[in-house]
Design a protein around this ligand. Sequence first.
Ligand SMILES: [Cu+2]
Length: 649
Amino acid sequence: MADTFHPLDPLASEEFTKAAALLGAAHDVGPGWRFASIELAEPSKAEVAAFDTDGTVPDRRVHVVCFERATNKTYKALLSLTDESVLSWTHIPGEQANFTVDEWEECDKALRSHPGVIAALADRGITDMNLVFMDTWTYGDVVMPEKYKDRRIGWSDTWVKAAEGANPYAGPVNGFHCVIDVNTMELLEIEDTFRVDTPEIMGEYVPRHIPERIRNASTREPLKALDITQPDGPSFTIEGNKLEWQNWSLRVGFNYREGMTLHAVKYNDNGKVRSIANRLSFAEMMVPYRDHCDDHYRRTAFDIGEWGIGFMTTSLELGCDCLGEIRYLDAVLHNSKGEPYTIKNAICIHEEDAAVLWKHVDHDGAETRRMRRLTVSFHVTVANYEYLTYWRFYQDGNIECEVRATGIMVVSHFPEGGTHPHGTLIDNRTYAPYHQHFLVARMDLDVDGTDNTVYQTETEIVPMGPDNPYGLSLRQKNTPLRTEEEGKQDFNWQTQRAWKVVNDNTKNGLGTSPAYKLVPGAAIPPMFDPASPILARCKAIEHTVWVTPNSPEERWPAGEFVNQSKVDHGLPEWTAANRPIENTDVVLWYVFGIHHITRPEDWPIMPVDTVNFWLKPVGFFDRNPSIDVAPNPPKSCHADGGDHDHHHH
Ligand SMILES: [Cu+2]
């Protein structure tokens, strides 16, 4: 065990191997099976506290989901690596595990080498199968062919590259989809429903594939070098998976499904280490394409529940993905045989200058502080799309969560004179369907301890009258959310509604209760008919905020098994119990994302679409906690050394 070991550390290579071997020995899990997921069963808060206090190491436990291909049966196991024992082994009838990367790759191979597919594509004039890519997507129950509902199936898009190394997503084969049994790799259907003459388009982003006339038209001047150097190294420290920087401390975790997770987020407030969050992660994503045509009606991706953004995490490159003095953490995951592999440089940690933190110019001169922030990030590639996720910690106690979507939009061609009512024209006879990216953040805040109450906080206009003669005054209304029913909250721009996680059991120096406020950014409405069977799979998106009592078993807002799901077994079912959520260990679920009304400028590759939300201290500190940030050396502030006149208002 490494010196820096902590019970929240993600599983190491040998632990994946051991977990797979245990199930091989106990239940013959081997050839003919797939491991869908192997994940650390995180120790309880009490176990973590015991370890932090006296070094008591809790049992190292592992959750496994695997399935037998021949019988199409899914199993869940809980293992103890400490005792090398299987603690539980359960058949989960009627549920499908997440898709594995191996299946996705094997589907492409199986379909591309299938004589029926080769013949059907040849009939469309596509003969070089090396340029073809069969991209298999998952199904929701409602759009599955009835006769295949007892199988594990996928449906595929077909993409053709113009040349080796060119953009596959610029070559949609419209009206051509395959249905495949993913367990047997048997082609079930070739759906050859309609054809569109391929228009002349510009779908390339790799310079050598961009036509010369377009490259030559560019008048952009090259940029001068911009170097970010920290000659003395970064100001943060990393010990194992623990990060410390500017009074902040936190632990970094990683798993197949949520990707990076953050734990034990604390702030050292003048010598008193105070808890803010126990665990922060992304728990689900739903990306419904809002176009019911043959090409797109099945296209509803659950990138976390069906695929796992841990599995989709990619290695980062210095100078491209991250600039400056970077430290990386690797991540270890497993393939469908249960064999471990390492994603090098999966998590990027660095310090950024972020312009001004605070400033005032008065009669005696200017007082200015530069802002630094600590950014912890990882990048995910889910076939055509990229999600870049950043958690940022600031010197004033703010936490920012940012997501950038980039990559390549799914597009369809349409015939001369045709219409595209559910998407935007983005190239010659080519449209990109409207779609949405819903993300659900799961945030177990522990503000100065576990027992917190969430308050809705909003601003009211005081009616004009004797108490408000000028119609000027505002009031702030704070309403405690006492039950899960009250905890279902929607965004309200009119009242600037936000949510405070308050510890009512303690007071700050002003005599009020410390809190962190969820400042909602990028809240988007579901925009579904309540009767929609697509919505039924992810009712979690029906509210901006949900509040539940913390239960380590309640992790997945759209249910544990989302692949081929019919209804949402997560948030709507848990909260039906309408449990009390007042002054207890609560979890805040925040639904946000991108309402993607596609643009021509998003093609052929999308400049990042950036959304974010904030967690901000409100009375957590007695005053601006960054008052003590040291000024930059004056020389670097006043390079020209001159005094400047100023005006005031
Ligand atoms: Cu999008």
